[in-house]
Design a protein around this ligand. Sequence first.
Ligand SMILES: [Zn+2]
Length: 97
Amino acid sequence: MPLYAFRCPEGTEFDRTYPMSEVPAAVDCPECGGAARRRMSAPRLSVAGSTAYRLMDATAATAHEPPVVTSLPGSGGGGGGGARITRNPLHQKLPRP
Ligand SMILES: [Zn+2]
């Protein structure tokens, strides 16, 4: 959720987090109890470069940039001597492990 900045008439500044649809124009000041109005500032939505941000980027990238694989998952992991690749189109019809 975005972080919004508030400032009361006596000058106390503080931040609060609200959903974008529910952010109030004024809240009670935590120190004097006065009506602190929301300051005009850019909402701090997220921190680019954070772990969550990189995970979202990586997840979105798999939709259009799937990683290149050279073997089936779980096959040839033991003492495999390389992937067995055949070019015969009839082999495509063989059952997969
Ligand atoms: Zn105050």
